[in-house]
Design a protein. Structure first.
Length: 261
């Protein structure tokens, strides 16, 4: 029961993580205009991975997509690639995890196959979570660098118009961090559930040795070698059989033909 609960919980947590990654990637509030020094403004700007938007004080919002790919910074394109890779791996892991659930039976699928699928989906969730966390962290580092560069230029007397060019963290960054953490935790839970799905006989492969007879006892004592052609001592004595005299050293000579009648 604990294995099933761990697997189902890992699936649910990973689903939330993958859904949050998709939501964060589609959001336009990755960076928002900093209003610390200018709280009253007629235009509010915010940007996402795919377009930049401007909201006016009248409530009208205008968004313009990025029509270029090569003109964007390399780190910006790397963030896009990381988020897309994380989403693709997360979706594939979800489909694989659905078929690997212990509570779902599909044909004659063995527990070993379910365990392998569970482990694979868990690894996919972990990689997807790491991709989301890395992508969001790289974008946040870009914002911090540009923010302090803009602040430095402002205090050097380059004009107050640079204040509006400063951007701070948007809500999409926090959604991406939380989603990446959920996907990472769900992947770890799936990997832990994989251990409970492995059958016992495949864990411990031991060979048992059974005696051929039922009532066989083994006694310790000196080992006596034989040629294997000796007669049974119970049936060896019969009519006309006489035991040969022993010699002085205690050995019994071979019987001659005169000893038999």
């Amino acid at each position: 029961m604990s294995t099933t609960i761990c697997q189902v919980m890992g699936f649910l947590v990973s689903s939330l993580g993958v859904g949050g990654s998709i939501m964060a990637t589609a959001m336009d509030t990755w960076s928002t205009q900093d209003l610390y020094d200018n709280p009253v403004t007629a235009v509010f700007q915010y940007q996402g991975l795919w377009r930049s938007c401007v909201r006016q004080s009248s409530g009208f919002t205008e968004c313009r997509p990025y029509f270029t790919i090569l003109g964007l910074p390399a780190m910006f394109q790397a963030v896009r690639a990381l988020m897309i890779v994380g989403i693709v791996l997360g979706i594939l892991g979800l489909f694989m995890c659905i078929f690997a659930l212990k509570c779902i039976r599909i044909g004659s699928m063995e527990d070993t196959a379910k365990a392998n699928m569970t482990l694979t989906s868990g690894i996919m969730f972990i990689i997807a979570g790491l991709c989301a966390i890395t992508g969001v962290s790289v974008f946040a580092n870009m914002l911090v660098t540009n923010f302090w560069m803009s602040t430095t230029n402002m205090y050097q007397g380059m004009g107050m118009q640079n204040v509006q060019n400063r951007y701070t963290f948007g809500s999409a960054l926090f959604v991406g961090w939380v989603a990446g953490g959920l996907a990472l935790v769900g992947g770890i839970m799936m990997c832990l559930a994989c251990k409970g799905l492995i059958p016992e006989e495949s864990r411990y492969k031991a060979v048992s040795y059974n005696a051929s007879g039922r009532n066989i006892s083994y006694r310790t004592g000196p080992y006596k070698a034989g040629s294997g052609y000796e007669a049974d001592p119970k049936t060896r004595k019969g009519v006309g059989y006489e035991e040969a005299p022993r010699s002085e050293d205690g050995r019994r000579p071979y019987p001659s033909k005169h000893d038999y009648v």
